[in-house]
Design a protein around this ligand. Sequence first.
Ligand code: 5GP
Ligand code: MN
Length: 335
Amino acid sequence: MQPIEHLYPLLQQPRNVVVTMHQKPDGDAMGSALAMFHFLKSLGHNVTVISPTNWAKFLNWMPGCNEVIDYEIYTEKCKALLDTADLLFCLDFNNMHRTRKMELPLMEAKCVKVLIDHHEQPAEEHFDYGASNIRKSSTCEMVYDFIVQSPFSDKLNVDMAACIYTGIMTDTGSFRFAITTADTHKAVAHLKMLGLEHNIIHENIYDNFLENRLRFTGNALLNHLHVIYEYNTALMAINKKDLIKFDIQTGDTEGLVNYLLTIEGIKLGALLIDRVEERKWSFRSKGNFDVNEFARAHFEGGGHKNASGGRSNESLEFNVKKFKEVIKLYEAELA
Ligand code: 5GP
Ligand code: MN
């Protein structure tokens, strides 16, 4: 993988570009993809953003989101776009299987492939150019760097700023996680000077849910929270019945895992959701407990040291049982 700066000369000519991100894109995945979309379009490229799956509706306000194509719905159209692409940007994921059904088409695509990502242990061998930096708050901050360090930095505008801010804000927990640096704040100061209205973005992302989602959260905290004090661990498993009862949609469970770490002394928080297609884990930790390694070792996942995810085809009950067994291996670190 060549350094990303080597890509700038290739952007001098108009190209067919596909931009994609991880499945069920969050604020950082959608934000980085759309910021890149606006930037490349401003350079005269023909750009399409493909999402591997659907996404949370609290992202729909983002400039350009209405043009994003869902691979699961428009599979043939997306495959044709990949066939004719000169350049493919893969944003906010470290491994092609994070794109679910797009994995094979992405691997087989003949175009130049570019990675921009901040997750641990990226599969760099699949990419021609890239930037991978686990010390960056978000992929959006890396897209900001990519734009301002380019010969086309004057193209940065308020739409790109809104997209970039969204990912920085969501991935830093609104600037509270340790990964937030002086550079992160400097980037945001620059975005403000371009006219960014950050308060509107907070409202769009965090104050736009339906009543059922709040009641679902209350029910989950009251009835499904399980604190394992011996291991300073909090676990929450959400069954299908509740997902149906409260009409839970993609994105409605985002943030739920963070409640687990608000209990005094808790080092590991684990949330399990009984999705239709798989059982999906979210892990969060405080301090030195490495949930990237934990998810990789036991739950087919990965991510960052203090925030990771995993998956399983086994039942909810099987996963809960397995989790309770597996944490015993980490007694020295957790207890
Ligand atoms: P979340 O719990 O919010 O879904 O994900 C937390 C972090 O872990 C995010 O950075 C996300 O991209 C990453 N992540 C979530 N699920 C997986 C997974 O199955 N595999 C890998 N490698 N990373 C994941
Ligand atoms: Mn991210």
